[in-house]
Design a protein around this ligand. Structure first.
Ligand code: ADP
Length: 569
């Protein structure tokens, strides 16, 4: 331990010394040392002869090395004063040159530069000049970790900028590609080749993001920059600073949780867009759709395509014979006018029932409450901190208490509520509350927020019907921007993607190529010259030039690319 700290300190001391270390100096020093050993061996020979002792040349070298290294076996010794004075001189030169200067020189001119070169390779200060189309990330957090996973899957280059070298080395050892640089220096962005990058992503607090964007703008050229915003008012400041996109994840998660809530009206709620195709969701509860198959309901007559059906947290890709259940939420695709046709047909139905229960009045909780109100769904919020009540919440809408207390839950109306939404940012609390609520009400719809992507599965296992993590949502939105709007997340791990028709599939029929079996992807539309044809007949040949719209999990697109060699649209 002590030796280790001395070596570390010595290495640190040497590293701080100015001057360019080089191996040539080390070689020169070694040559000097060999020269000294040679001269001492010759002198040993002659002084021994003067004393009347005869030794071989090998013995001369042997004696010189044992004395210089202070090993001194004492098997060969001088008798005369001259010989002893010579021994002392050799000994002192040995101490100085072999024991002090040799290790010092090796460390200075070999070990330290070698370590430095290794550190440089692991956490460089700049990226190769010819690097392009990469994504520059300024912070490592749940959103960017999820983004990096997706970028890796899509084989898109990225770099994480880290101001502190030690932290950069630690992140490198975790398998991330890092670059060391201060976020408030334009030089950093120049060295990260920002002007050649595909995107800059900054996910810190609003003030830091604004500074990053403002500084990076100097070198950004045409590269778009995206920032996450906490306060909606920061949106305009960020845009003034130079950000092309501002993502309010709190609002997005809140809306996403509210969308899946059973209740409210039966109208369509657009969740995203893929070119001119709008993806929307609509409740089936208390509409004549319930109990019939998709084919029997003739929804296609309105021009709208049913892409899939959510039933209690399970998503099923729509087939003509899929029966629409009481709790079904339909995922619909169509143009804005087609969705309007649907709304006109279903506006008369109101599916709203008892108020839903909301747990946690943080930022996401408030955003969810607003989104529920916009959908005409009544709610009751529980929070153990009374100061969280917003001024726009009535006393009936806010209940002070701990959601782990069954009496509090009952007071909020849990026994009648169709849905409970858990919105705290602490995943452990959310898992705990999900287990408790599932036990209390086996039939209730449980919707939960997750902060980390890896906790989504745990929440599902605990009994949640629908889980949306900030990380997944943020990462998918950023991916969508990077891919020019060709990917829409519809649930945790489930996407609608638009890909160019690979030449291996051009002109072939889906009845002949087992695309779904091999890749897990379902083709839901074809696009030729901007004209989208939803639910193409699998017996018709695919167009030779155009795009496919697929629905599938996170790996689908990768398998598709590996099998058919496509490129993103
Ligand atoms: P956000 O990241 O959306 O701002 P927070 O995690 O900061 O969310 O807020 C969560 C809210 O949930 C807090 O106001 C906290 O008081 C509340 N909360 C956490 N656990 C419970 C619980 N068991 N019962 C009631 N309220 C809770």
């Amino acid at each position: 331990m002590r030796v280790k700290s001395i070596v570390t300190q010595l290495a640190l001391f040497i590293r701080q010394r100015p001057g360019k270390p080089n191996v040539r100096t080390l070689l020169r020093f070694i040559a000097l040392l060999i020269g000294m050993i040679f001269i001492f061996s010759v002198l040993f020979h002659y002084i021994m002869l003067r004393e009347g002792q005869e030794h071989s040349w090998v013995t001369g070298f042997y004696w010189t090395l044992t004395v210089m290294s202070t090993l001194g076996f004492g098997d060969i010794t001088f008798e005369s004063d001259l010989g002893r004075a010579f021994s002392m001189f050799v000994l002192l030169s040995g101490v100085l040159f072999m024991l002090v200067l040799l290790p010092f020189t090796v460390i200075q001119f070999f070990y330290a530069p070698w370590i430095e070169a290794r550190r440089q390779a692991r956490a460089p200060d700049e990226l190769p000049v010819d690097l392009r189309d990469h994504v520059i990330i300024t912070r490592h957090d749940p959103v960017t970790a999820a983004l990096i996973n997706r970028l890796r899957r899509q084989r898109i280059d990225y770099v994480l900028l880290v101001p502190d070298r030690q932290e950069a080395l630690r992140l490198h050892d975790e398998g991330l590609r890092v670059m060391v640089g201060q976020l408030d220096m334009p030089e950093t962005y120049r060295n990260a080749r920002l002007d050649q990058a595909a995107l800059l992503v900054t996910t810190a607090d609003d003030a830091t993001d604004t500074k990053v964007i403002f500084v990076a703008r100097e070198v950004a050229g045409k590269t778009p920059m995206i920032a996450t915003v906490d306060n909606p008012r920061s949106r305009s400041v960020l845009s003034l600073a130079g950000a092309q996109h501002a993502l309010n994840l709190t609002e997005l998660v809140g809306e996403s949780l509210a969308h899946r809530t059973i209740g409210g009206d039966a109208m369509t709620h657009v969740i995203d867009r893929l070119g001119n195709l709008q993806i929307a969701e609509a409740n089936a509860l208390r509409t004549p759709l319930v109990g019939n198959t998709i084919a029997e309901n003739r929804i296609a007559d309105l021009g709208v395509a049913v892409l899939g059906v959510w039933e209690r947290g399970e998503f099923e890709v729509a087939q003509p014979d899929t029966v629409i259940g009481n709790n079904a939420v339909l995922v619909l695709g169509g143009t804005a006018e087609q969705l309007l046709n649907y709304d006109e047909a279903f506006a008369i139905y109101n599916v709203s029932g008892a108020p839903v229960v909301l747990i946690g009045c943080g930022r996401v909780g408030k955003a969810t409450a607003r989104a529920l109100s916009n959908r005409g769904i009544q709610w009751c919020m529980i929070d153990r901190d009374p100061s969280r009540q917003a001024d726009w919440m009535t006393d009936e809408q806010f209940l002070h208490g701990d959601a782990a207390d069954v009496d509090v839950l009952k007071k909020a109306g849990i026994e009648k509520a169709p849905t409970v939404l858990i919105t705290t940012h602490d995943d452990s609390t959310n898992v705990y509350l999900t287990l408790l609520l599932r036990d209390l009400r086996p039939d209730i719809q449980i919707i939960s927020r997750a902060t980390l992507e890896q906790n989504v599965r745990t929440l599902h296992r605990a009994g949640a019907d629908f889980v949306m993590s900030t990380a997944t949502l943020g990462a998918s939105r950023i991916m969508n921007l990077l891919r020019h709007g060709s990917i829409v997340p519809i649930a945790e791990g489930l996407n609608i993607v638009r890909v160019a028709i690979p030449s291996a599939l051009a002109g072939s029929r889906l009845t002949e190529v087992p695309v779904r079996k091999e890749t897990g992807a379902t083709v839901i539309a074809t696009v030729v010259n901007g004209d989208m044809r939803i639910n193409p007949n699998p017996a018709d040949p695919l167009p030779t030039d155009g795009d496919l719209v697929l629905i599938g999990d996170e790996q689908t697109e990768q398998r598709f690319a590996e099998l058919y060699g496509d490129s993103p649209a």
